[in-house]
Ligand binder design. Structure first.
Ligand SMILES: NC(=O)c1ccc[n+]([C@@H]2O[C@H](COP(=O)([O-])OP(=O)(O)OC[C@H]3O[C@@H](n4cnc5c(N)ncnc54)[C@H](OP(=O)(O)O)[C@@H]3O)[C@@H](O)[C@H]2O)c1
Length: 323
């Protein structure tokens, strides 16, 4: 490891020693990770959580399926490069970075985290640590859904199911930035917030009555991004036009239902991409893309942060800060 300053051997971290929900999370001392070849050690300033991440298999296992408890959650980070491992290109020691951390390795709910250096990008400079940490997983997911998977074109009609969620707030903004005409769904009371993000129509998601959607896009939407799943996903196939694209985030779509309606339906898992993160940072620093922070918890209250999923909370991402 190439080091520039002395670091402690141990750090405080949020860890789970057994698979489960937020009740498994404990704030405790853990070893400071050592960056391997190609990796950077990042001193964490802020990290964001995804409420569903504790339900994902990859959060608990190595890439080849072995149990890797104790695990550290929270896979989006902003911080300072504290050291780099052998052969690590990318950001230098001292640079302020942000990034998405692969789900099959420890996350950033800790004072330090190791990340492949090639997955890190310079953080947006014009926003707070908390705001920068709200972007890597959520905004990259939205970008990859719209650009890499839906291949959104200028002037197309986009529907974002769940426009006030962690991913949804970025899907609405990016779809508008990319030249789409955006409709979004959300809870009653979120209309003003969602319209402010750049949507031109706001709808309450409905499994049965599709008349609201039909009024906005009589022939169906060119692109539907579903961040909700369940009954809302079930209703989403018929909301895309024949030849339109449906991108699902929670679970793979039904190929049969998609084929029957002539819709191209895709599920994907977001992947780290430093070039796309650099583009997102540019949009933020140009004042075009607005980070949305829902609530902020100190790292030691990380369990409460995960538990807040079931309580009323403002739209956007939930953040952990490291003093
Ligand atoms: N495939 C990938 O790479 C990837 C990446 C990131 C996330 N995901 C998945 O994408 C999904 C969304 O993630 P997220 O972080 O955006 O979650 P989130 O912050 O919980 O957002 C979901 C949004 O949908 C709203 N919602 C849920 N049910 C609703 C309903 N019946 N009517 C109206 N609104 C409803 C939620 O409102 P409330 O908060 O009021 O419930 C929330 O605003 C999750 O399933 C997650 O696992 C996938």
């Amino acid at each position: 490891m190439t080091a520039t300053s002395a670091r402690p051997d141990t750090m405080m971290a949020l860890r789970a020693h057994a698979r489960g929900g937020p009740e498994q999370l404990v704030y405790e001392s853990a070893p400071v990770p050592v960056p391997g070849p190609g990796e950077a050690l990042v001193a964490v300033l802020a990290a964001a959580i995804t409420f569903a991440e504790l339900t994902w298999d990859a959060s608990w296992t190595t890439r080849d399926g072995r149990d890797r408890t104790p695990v550290i959650p929270s896979h989006e980070v902003t911080g300072t490069v504290a050291a780099v491992g052998p052969g690590a290109g990318g950001p230098a020691v001292g640079e302020e970075v942000y990034g998405l951390i692969d789900f099959d390795r420890d996350g950033a709910a800790a004072e330090y985290v190791t990340v492949p250096a090639a997955h890190l990008a310079a953080r947006p400079r014009s926003v707070s640590d908390e705001e920068a940490a709200s972007l890597p997983l959520a905004a990259l997911t939205a970008w990859q859904a719209l650009v890499d998977h839906a291949a959104l074109e200028l002037g197309e009609r986009v529907l974002v199911q769940g426009g006030a969620g962690g991913v949804g707030v970025y899907a609405v903004q990016l779809a508008a930035i990319l030249g789409g005409t955006v409709a979004a769904t959300g809870r009653a009371g979120q209309r003003g917030f969602v319209l402010n993000l750049g949507a031109t129509s706001f709808l309450a998601p409905s499994a049965g009555d599709t008349s609201g959607y039909k009024a906005v896009a009589p022939d169906g939407f060119d692109v539907v991004i579903d961040t909700i799943g369940g009954a809302v996903l079930d209703a989403s196939y018929a909301l895309a036009r024949r030849g339109g694209r449906l991108v699902t985030l929670g679970a793979p779509p039904s190929a049969d239902r998609a084929a029957a309606l002539g819709v191209l339906a895709t599920f994907f898992i977001v992947t780290p991409d430093a070039a796309e993160l650099a583009k997102l940072a540019e949009l933020v620093d140009e004042g075009k893309l607005r980070p949305v922070v829902s609530q902020v918890f100190p790292l030691r209250e990380g369990r409460q942060a995960f538990e807040s999923a079931t309580k009323p909370h403002p739209p956007g991402k939930t953040i952990l800060t490291v003093p």
